[in-house]
Design a protein around this ligand. Sequence first.
Ligand code: BG6
Length: 494
Amino acid sequence: MAKFIPVDPFDIIIFGGTGDLSRRKLLPALFHRFLDGQLDSSNRIIAAARSDLDRTAFIEMAENACRKASKSWTDENWAKFAKMLDYIKIDATDEDADWAHLKSLLGHTEMTDPKRPLIYYLATTPLIYVAICEALGKAEMNTPNARLVLEKPIGKDLKSAQDINAGVGAIFPENSIFRIDHYLGKETVQNLLVLRFANTLFEPIWSRNSIDHVQITVSEDIGLEGRADYYDRSGAVRDMVQNHLLQLLCLTAMEPPNSLDGDEVRTEKIKVLNALKRFDANTVRTQTVRGQYIAGMNGTAPVKSYLDTLSPERQDSQTETFVAIKTEIQNWRWAGVPFYLRTGKRMDARRSEIVIQFKPTPHPLFGQAAHPPNRLVIRLQPDEGMNLFMQIKEPGPGGLHIKSLPLNLSYADNFTVRYPDAYERLLMDVVRGNLALFMRRDEVESAWKWVDNLLGAWKETDQPLETYAAGTQGPLQSAMLLDRDGREWWEGDI
Ligand code: BG6
C-alpha cells in the first residue's frame, strides 16, 4: 500500500469554484487527499465565483459533489473537511472587486509567507484567464508564494495561446505557472516513464532499428455530455490531439531526460514536438482522416447523430468528432517510423492504448506468414496494464505451429489500491512546486504550431468530412489509412 507523505499547508482559491470541473474533479480530489491524511487541516479551500451563494450553500453543493465521488464516506470526515471550505462571490475579472474580502478570508495579514503556497486555480473559460491575472496583479495578490494553475485549452491556435501566455506571464513568473493536461496525472501515463526508464530491456530496441510503427488510440464511447457549444467550436484535434495525444506521443518518443526535474523532462518533450513532420496539401489528404458521427448505437441504446445534438443554427457543422493521423518524428531515433494517432467520440468503446509494433524477424525460419511480430500494448484505461505479445510453439505433435500470446501485466491483478484521479496527483504536485507533469509555455506553443499546420492544410485542401455510425471504430477511411501501408489498427483482440 502506497504511503502518502503529507504536503505542507497551503491555501487554494478556485475561480469558477461552482462549475463542473470544480464539482466533478477538484473538490473530490482535495477531499480524497484529505481522507488519505495528506492535507493539513489549517488549509483553506475557497471557491470564488459569480453565483449568488453563501458559505452554507456552497458547502452543501460541495458535499453533494464529494459524496458522489467518494466510496468511503463518513459524516465525521466530511465535517472536518468542510471546516476548510469557504465561498466568495466575486467577479474575478473586475479589478475593483472586493479583493480585500478575499484576502481577509485567507486570514493572512501579509500574503507573503514563502513556505505557504497560495494557489489560484483558474477553472474558468480561458477567455478570462488574462483578465483574472490582471485583476490579481492589481490587487497585489501575485506574491512570491503564489502559484497559478491553468486548465486547457490554452487558446484555440498558436496566436491565441501566445496571447494568453504573454498576458498571464506579465503577472506571474513562468516557474509559478502550472498548465494542466490531466492525462499526465493518470497513473498509467506516468507509468510510461517508469516502463521506459526503469527497465533496461526496452531502451536498446526503442527506435527505428526494431520498431515498425506506433499506434496511439484514445477512443471514447461518450458523446458531448452537455458541452456541445464548446465542442463544436473545438473539434477532436483541438480538444484531444493538441494536448492529450501529443503528450502521449512525447512520452513514448522522447529521449531519456537527464533527471526528472521539470525542465529536463519538458525540454525533451518539446524536441519531439518540434521534430513532428508538417503536412502539405498532398500529405494531409493521404495521411489524415476527419470524421463526424451519424446516428448509431451506444452499447444497446440507440444514439442521435452529432448534428442532432447541436442547436438548429449549427446544423451545417463541419466539426470533426473523429480524427486519424499518420505522422513521423524527424530525428535519428524515429526517422521512417510512422506514428498513427486516432481519437473520437461515440466510438465502440472507451479505450486508450499505445501499441508498439516491433519489426518482423529478419529471416522467416518458421515459414513466411507463420507468426506476427512482437507487439507491446500499453493499456492506459480502462483495465490498466501491459501486454507483451510473444510467439510460442503450440504444444503437440503434428507440425510446428506458432501462436502469439501475451505476457500480461495487469494493474488490477497486482495492486488492490484505489487509483487516484489524475487531479489528486496534479494538485499535490502544484503544492509541492513540482512542474514536471505540467506544460511549459514553449511546449504548449510548439504543440499549437503543429496543430495550426494541420488545421491550415485541412482548410487549404477543403479536406472532406467522412461519417461513421455511432458505436463503431470510426470512418472506413481510418482503416484504409493503415491498410495502404499494409498495416491495421490494433483493436484489442488477442
Ligand atoms: C478532456 C476533453 O480534456 O478529456 C474531453 O475535453 C474528453 O472531451 C476528456 O472526454 C477525456 O478524459 P478521460 O480522462 O475521460 O480520458
